[in-house]
Ligand binder design. Structure first.
Ligand code: ATP
Length: 754
């Protein structure tokens, strides 16, 4: 968080630079063609044939029952970068087992059919290499006689499906999709026989073509003839039930979170992908392609991982890192240190939320550097705003950052004594949610691992001691109480154990801390006048100090890690992995969601423009005929955020500069200037809505101005400067740049992102 209302100088990250170069490329293309990019239809040439199927890993067999909620995550890999999108999927898992005949059947099915487009340009099976090859592949297949391409009639319109009584998807009154067969029609009525035997009357507008069964389980969604929502979800579910959690959608990799161990990882699988014995969709395959392209073309690569909270982004990023560490290992042991950073990052940056017991509360970009021989020469980790509000406020059923609980339960008695440490239940910042433990997680053991990681990352004992002191100081700060001294709610600090311990651990005087917490100085002409705070002001100030200390501690740790991983300057190329928070929409959405969703809106635009253009280029290169389909551009929504002077960000900044402005005056201003914008939706009270690409989100402006200004009074800066703790002193002398505000300003700088 920033210290003052003025903009911090924003250093351009490599992510920004990378995305800017993409943007420039996109713009150049746009200028040249001035045409909207088109979604390609299914390919018509052999050039797009799926590669030959290879066998599954020998250890591939799983069995499970039950019903669970899975998450879908997708990764786009391209020459220069990759994108991941996410969505949620309800899947029910019945019998999951991959048997030999089934496997063969799947192998034959994959790639066996092209598209309706294909049918239009092909008259004879004999002259079609695609079909010839598939027929050859499927000869002797256990599924028996598969229809050939000219036995299957393809047609776009649902009318045709109704006439021919084909299989369809129908949307039921509860919104769910069910598959069935057209049974009969009468006037506008269409009767569909569902798989469960029921017959339902569905209006034609709620029917969509279903793919032939033969396409069930294709590993690339682009091989489906009909790419509608239920068909895509059905295919993902079909694969998921076989424990094939990865699928492709052209150059995008989709991962469905299995929420259990699946035998898809480990050294055998790594070797198989490395030696090209396997080409089933997998994050290893994606990482392998990135590595090979970097080595072959000398171009830096990026994997952009995205998905909603709990989708499996961080796990996916870790698998990609592990694979790359295995490929580029042996260059001096840097890969071991790189992997160890995860332990530290998770302790300080992850927390239990209602959706994920190990949720990353920050975004990160990991750059892995390689020598010209393909060995890892170093790495760099950039983090994007750590959710500091969690340090002082935790929702029901959630926890603060793991490290606090690890320290409280795992610190050896000598350290506990030194820090006057009590159990987690004794600290207000931790006990407000009454959630202290996570099933299956041993915090004390994690503390030992944390200490080992500190040692391995060569953070000296003296620095480690300061880190633990600051953590304990934050906990004690939260226990500081105030008592009112007049009927205007003015306060003084209660001189109790909490004040004594906090000041001792912060290495400043108790008196100094008391004064900084209960008073603030105002400039009146050339004089400074000291004013006593009200209860709310004092609580806000105490919490701001705790957040500031934690935010700076997190940034300092990143600095130490980066110093260590810097390695030598012998970097030839790099692979970047972006693990960024996904689109968020809760019951109550605040400034944090506003920034996160804005970042995702930006990523979505990049995805739309870059991916579709890239595919189009590839089709052009292959000489493939395709049908142009307009895609939904989210530029207008981005304009709502970015337009100057009347966009959401400009108006927010303008209002933040008025000392008497309130969240209500902010929302009035937004309503006044943006009400006619179709992407803005005025709401009652202090809320406003935005029509994002992923849906409408209503934001509560409560706290918007305060968070956007993010002030830390000069009294605290003085207090920290006077501290005998070197780390705290250093925090006072620098402004953090990993803040919401810096994220916001870096995204909104012209050309700085995408
Ligand atoms: N490939 C996988 N295999 C097995 N379990 C997985 C896999 N991916 C994710 N999970 C499970 O799902 C949980 C959540 O995954 P993860 O923390 O990666 O989600 P995320 O998308 O990064 O969430 P957040 O945005 O909240 O940080 C993991 O703790 C793990 O239990």
């Amino acid at each position: 968080m920033m210290l003052s209302a003025s903009s911090a100088p924003v250093t351009r990250s490599s992510l920004e630079e990378m995305l800017e170069s993409l943007r420039q490329r996109d713009e150049a293309l746009e200028r040249a063609k001035d045409l909207p990019p088109a979604l390609p239809a299914r390919p018509t040439s052999r050039a797009r044939l799926p590669s030959a199927r290879l066998s599954l890993p020998t250890d591939f067999k799983v069995g499970a029952n039950g019903r669970l909620e899975g998450k879908v995550e997708s990764i786009l890999e391209s020459k220069v970068e990759s994108v991941v999108l996410g969505s949620k999927l309800l899947v029910s898992v019945d019998d999951i087992r991959v048997e030999e005949p089934k496997r063969k059947e799947l192998e034959c099915r994959i790639g066996s059919f092209g598209s309706r487009k294909m049918r239009k340009v092909m008259d004879s099976t004999d002259s079609n290499p695609y079909v010839q090859e598939m027929n050859q592949q499927c000869r002797g297949s256990p599924i028996g006689s598969m229809p050939t391409i000219n036995e299957v009639e393809w047609e776009d319109s649902i009318g045709y499906f109704i006439r021919k009584k084909l299989s369809v998807w129908c949307q039921l009154s509860n919104g769910m999709w069910a598959s069935g067969k057209i049974q009969s029609t009468s006037g506008d009525e269409t009767y569909v026989a569902l798989a469960n035997g029921n017959v339902v009357n569905v209006p034609p507008g709620q029917l969509l073509p279903a793919n032939p069964e033969i396409l069930d389980g294709v590993d690339d969604l682009m091989q489906l003839s009909y790419l509608n929502d239920p068909s895509v979800l059905h295919n993902l579910k079909y694969r998921f039930t076989e424990d094939m959690i990865y699928s492709k959608a052209g150059p995008v990799l989709i991962a469905v979170n299995p929420f259990k161990d699946v035998p898809l990882y480990g050294n055998n699988a790594m070797d198989a992908y490395r030696q090209k014995d396997m080409d089933w969709p997998h994050v290893y395959a994606l990482a392998n392609t990135a590595y090979e392209q970097m080595m072959r073309d000398g171009k830096n690569q990026s994997l952009i991982i995205s998905g909603e909270s709990g989708a499996g982004k961080t796990e996916t990023a870790k698998y990609a890192m592990k694979y790359l560490a295995a490929l580029g290992g042996g260059g001096g042991g840097m890969e071991v240190e790189m992997l160890q950073t995860n332990c530290l990052l998770e302790a300080f940056g992850n927390a239990k939320t209602l959706r994920n017991k190990n949720s990353s509360r920050f975004g990160k970009l990991i750059e892995i550097h390689f020598t010209s021989l393909g060995k890892i020469s170093g790495a760099k980790i950039q983090t994007f705003f750590c959710e500091q509000s969690r340090v002082v406020q935790v929702g029901d059923g959630e926890r603060s950052y793991h490290v606090f609980y690890q320290l409280c339960s795992g610190a050896p008695s000598l350290l506990k004594e030194k820090l006057n440490l009590k159990a987690a239940t004794e600290y207000k910042y931790l006990n407000q949610s009454e959630c202290f433990e996570i099933d299956g997680v041993d915090d004390a053991l994690k503390f030992q691992k944390l200490q080992e990681a500190f040692d391995l990352l060569r953070i000296c004992k003296e620095d480690q001691a300061q880190v633990f002191q600051i953590l304990a100081a934050i906990l004690w700060l939260g226990n500081i109480k105030f008592q009112t001294i007049d009927n205007e709610n003015h306060v003084e600090v209660l001189a109790d154990e909490a004040l004594a311990n906090a000041s001792k651990l912060m290495k400043c005087t108790a008196q100094g801390l008391m004064v900084a917490l209960s008073t603030h100085k105002i400039r009146a002409g050339s004089d400074n006048i000291s004013k006593i705070k009200t209860l709310q002001q004092a609580i806000d100030a105490r919490d701001a100090l705790a957040k500031f200390m934690y935010g700076n501690l997190f940034d300092w740790l990143m600095e130490q890690i980066n110093k260590l991983l810097d390695g030598n300057q012998n970097t030839w190329g790099s692979i970047n992995i972006l693990d960024i928070y996904g689109f968020e929409s809760f019951k109550k959405n605040s400034f944090e969601q506003f920034c996160i969703n804005y970042a995702n809106e930006r990523l979505q635009q990049h995805f739309n423009r870059h991916l579709l253009k890239l595919e189009q280029e590839e089709y052009e290169e292959d000489g493939i005929d395709w049908t142009k389909v307009d895609f939904e551009d989210n530029q207008e929504c981005l304009d709502l955020f970015e337009k100057k002077p009347l966009g959401l960000l400009s108006l927010l900044d303008e209002e933040s500069n008025f000392p008497n402005a309130t969240d209500l005056t902010l929302v009035n201003k937004l309503n006044k200037h943006l009400n006619i914008n179709p992407f803005f939706k005025g709401q009652r009270g202090r809320a406003f809505g935005v029509r994002h690409y992923a849906g409408e989100v209503v934001y509560d402006t409560n706290g918007f101005l305060e968070k956007n200004r993010d002030p830390l009074h000069s009294d605290f800066i003085q207090l920290l400067s006077s501290s005998n703790c070197k780390l705290l002193q250093s925090f006072a002398s620098q402004k953090p740049d990993q803040t919401l505000r810096s994220l916001k300003s870096s995204l909104s700088q012209p050309g700085s992102f995408l």
